[in-house]
Design a protein around this ligand. Structure first.
Ligand SMILES: [Zn+2]
Length: 80
């Protein structure tokens, strides 16, 4: 488990760690994976820290899925 202060995702959410952010709303952030093996690989995370997937609330999980669905539609065909 990762604490919030050591969490790289929280550092991206707060701006302490640079990321190429593609989209952001009140609950989620979508950004390019800087270690991606495929161009355009995008990560979607909740803004609220969660030590693991079981700690994510149902609402935050739904928000992450909604953003992932939107990003998939937006990026379809952009990175080929
Ligand atoms: Zn975190």
């Amino acid at each position: 488990m990762t604490s919030e202060t050591a969490c790289e995702f929280c550092a991206i959410v707060t701006g302490r760690l640079h990321a190429e952010i593609l989209f952001e709303d009140e609950s989620t952030v979508a950004f390019l994976d800087n270690t991606a093996v495929m161009e355009g690989h995008t990560l979607v995370i909740p803004k609220v820290h969660a030590a693991d997937i079981w700690a994510i609330s149902e609402d935050d999980a739904a928000a992450v899925m909604r953003t992932a669905h939107r990003m998939a539609a937006l990026l379809d065909g952009v990175f080929t």
